[in-house]
Design a binder for this molecule. Structure first.
Ligand code: ZN
Length: 84
């Protein structure tokens, strides 16, 4: 069950999440993030949401790229539930 992040750790959540989503992370980093995600709610939610967007866009656009206004729409929706 994911909890709030442990502030004593120097793990850069945003940076790591972005790396994972861009596919820039090494297998070690992916593993590290998986473990981290279990105890960090922002990462867990962020990852879950990005994956949901990706799946949705792929489904809607058949991999031809999503129209920017659609992406904006989804991101607006998400900004209501994502903690800042
Ligand atoms: Zn995190």
């Amino acid at each position: 069950m994911p909890k709030l992040p442990d502030s004593s750790k120097t793990f850069n959540c945003r940076e790591m999440l972005q790396k994972i989503l861009d596919g820039d992370a090494t297998p070690e980093q992916q593993q590290q993030f998986k473990v981290h995600m279990e105890e960090c709610m922002p990462c867990y939610k962020g990852y879950e949401l990005e994956m949901a967007i990706k799946a949705l866009l792929q489904k809607k656009c058949n991999g031809h790229g999503a129209p920017p206004d659609l992406i904006e729409k989804i991101k607006n929706k998400i900004s209501h539930i994502t903690p800042h």
